[in-house]
Design a protein around this ligand. Structure first.
Ligand code: GTP
Ligand code: MG
Length: 206
């Protein structure tokens, strides 16, 4: 994928602030600090467009990035961070539920998991929830650079079995550090975003 343009659009706290131009969206879900923002930066080859932090739990809004005037990446606040209040957690839950459940332009959710460790109970809950609502999911097992290559298959197997991944749900190995998995992920994204394009009502072919 050739990136000609990538820009930050808005930090949205609710539906009223979501863009209304109908472009397809790819959502990023995953534990706090797992590497969602780093993944976006690597996909679009920008060092720091999506804000990354060493302070987990900092992303509290839905951050919209528009790529090539074609598609949005939506960086969703991470879950499972212990040091947030009950009220914050409840507000987070309402916000992401409203987004994942009701957003018509959402084409695919990249569920980002740390390849090094078995998925947490929160990861499993998120996977179950997304599939329950029929949201197309691609699991991305990131930080692959942190473990040696010969251990990858064992870890991928663990991710698949702990989440109880359906065979038709892909699990892509990724590293924001090395760029591994970038092409595979773009193929997935293009496929899902184009599905919508091809079905769009005003698609005229000659
Ligand atoms: N080695 C390595 N480090 C990574 C990778 N991806 C992310 N990191 C590091 O992990 C930390 C968290 O990354 P972020 O991208 O900010 O994580 P996040 O999921 O966006 O975090 P929140 O916004 O708090 O939910 C940073 O220090 C990154 O540099 C990776 O593929 N390999
Ligand atoms: Mg982030």
């Amino acid at each position: 994928m050739k990136i000609t343009n990538a820009e930050f659009i808005i930090s949205a706290v609710g539906p009223a602030q979501y863009p209304d131009d109908g472009l397809p969206e790819i959502g990023l879900a995953g534990r706090s600090n797992v590497g969602k923002s780093s993944l976006i930066n690597r996909l679009i080859m920008r060092k720091n467009l999506a804000r990354t932090s060493s302070q987990p739990g900092k992303t509290q809004q839905l951050n919209y990035y528009r790529i090539n005037e074609d598609i949005y990446f939506v960086d969703v606040p991470g879950y499972g961070y212990a040091r947030v209040s009950k009220q914050q957690r409840a507000a987070w839950g309402r916000m992401i539920e409203a987004y994942f459940q009701d957003r018509d332009t959402l084409r695919l959710v990249l569920l980002v998991i740390d390849l090094r460790h078995p998925p947490t109970a929160d990861d499993c809950m998120m996977y179950d929830w997304l599939t329950h609502y029929g949201v197309p999911v691609c699991v991305v097992a990131t930080k692959a650079d942190k473990i040696s290559k010969n251990h990858w298959p064992k870890h991928v197997k663990q991710v698949r079995s702990t989440l109880g991944l359906r065979p038709d749900i892909p699990c892509v190995l990724f590293s924001a550090e090395t760029g591994q998995g970038r092409e595979e992920l773009w193929d997935m994204i293009v496929k899902h975003a184009r599905l919508h394009d091809n079905e769009g009502p005003d698609e005229i072919e000659d």
